[in-house]
Design a protein around this ligand. Structure first.
Ligand code: PNS
Length: 156
């Protein structure tokens, strides 16, 4: 079974890596879809986010990382998946994910599976990581080494 793990991944952090790794253990193939959420201001370009997610998951042989353009349901159809997997950290995620799950079901009959976050990554948020980066703080404990290097390179 092929599943899609969609997200903005700006930046790809250890909570994302946990979800992708667990999905890769549960399913035959995982396609990470690096998308654009029009409500967000990004730190990295789509190409950079794709490359960093690719580097961080390179050790997982059944994981591919592709750009998500347009609708997630169309992306799923193109890669032969009818299920998306997303991480769930706390109650506020649930309300958002429930809405997304419903609209993706309505738009394309896509099923959504929510994987509860596991410690110690359970509260990580890309939005907060971006805020720490922009304020000059160190986020290397929260991201894969490739992402930490890319963040350091931005500051030079
Ligand atoms: O990390 P995010 O911000 O929760 O990722 C959201 C993303 C990119 C997965 C989502 O915005 C998405 O699926 N975008 C593609 C457009 C789409 O199909 N939206 C669903 C209906 S609102």
């Amino acid at each position: 079974m092929i599943v899609v793990v969609p997200g903005s991944f700006d930046p790809f952090h250890l909570g994302h890596l946990d979800v992708v790794t667990r999905a890769a253990q549960l399913f035959d193939e995982v396609v990470v879809a690096v998308g654009v959420n029009i409500t967000k201001n990004y730190l990295f370009t789509p190409g950079e986010r794709l490359e960093l997610a690719r580097e961080a998951t390179a050790f997982l042989p059944n994981v591919r990382v592709l750009q998500l353009e347009g609708l997630l349901v169309d992306f799923c159809a193109a890669v032969g998946a009818d299920t998306v997997v997303k991480g769930l950290r706390f109650g506020s995620d649930f309300d958002y994910e429930l809405q997304m799950a419903k609209i993706n079901d309505e738009l394309g009959g896509i099923e959504t599976l929510l994987l509860p976050a596991t410690s110690p990554f359970g509260t990580l948020s890309a939005t907060m990581i971006r805020e720490v980066v922009l304020a000059g703080g160190d986020v290397s404990a929260f991201v894969p080494v490739e992402v930490a290097k890319a963040i350091a390179a931005r500051k030079e």
